[in-house]
Design a binder for this molecule. Structure first.
Ligand code: CMP
Length: 152
């Protein structure tokens, strides 16, 4: 059909999503785009896990508050799969900075503060590999196919 590449990416609904009861509404945006859920887990991250997830931001001025926020409640972690999933998910989510997140994107529609931007997604296939391994054991990933469905 085309030369796009199937990818997997890690998406994390931060505590604000569950607190505001908008998990279904956000998940719907990924599904209607044609992305496939192949793993999902509701969990409370502990501090070492949050620090491992956000290791690249250690030392930045927002880091301590970011860790604190991520620990305020359960998160919903998932792996989404689809053609160019890393890029497609990032575009659906919108830029990290709320200043640049336009209406129509998840952050543009649901978040008012950059630090509390409600959702995280891997920024490259390499990050996706590392982040998926932090949240999921291989046996927790459920691969499935659409058969010959032409839709996606
Ligand atoms: P996320 O995609 O989870 O990746 C790192 C997080 O750090 C980011 O979303 C924001 O929640 C937070 N973050 C990044 N940059 C800033 C910033 N300039 N000010 C406050 N928080 C930030």
């Amino acid at each position: 059909m085309n030369d796009t590449q199937s990818q997997k990416t890690l998406v994390l609904f931060k505590p604000g999503v569950l607190q505001r009861r908008i998990a279904g509404e956000i998940l719907n945006r990924f599904e209607r785009k044609g992305l496939k859920i192949i793993a999902m887990k509701l969990l409370r991250m502990d501090k070492p896990m949050v620090e491992a997830h956000y290791a690249e931001h250690k030392g930045k001025d927002f880091y301590e508050k970011l860790v604190e926020y991520t620990l305020t409640g359960p998160v919903l972690a998932m792996i989404l799969e689809g053609d160019e999933a890393v890029m497609i998910v990032r575009r659906l989510i919108g830029p990290t900075s709320i200043d640049s997140s336009l209406p129509g994107t998840i952050r543009g529609d649901f978040a008012a503060h950059t630090r509390l931007n409600i959702i995280h997604a891997s920024d490259s296939p390499e990050s996706a590999g590392r982040e998926m391994a932090l949240f999921f054991r291989p046996e927790e990933i459920c691969e499935w196919t659409d058969g010959n469905s032409p839709w996606f």
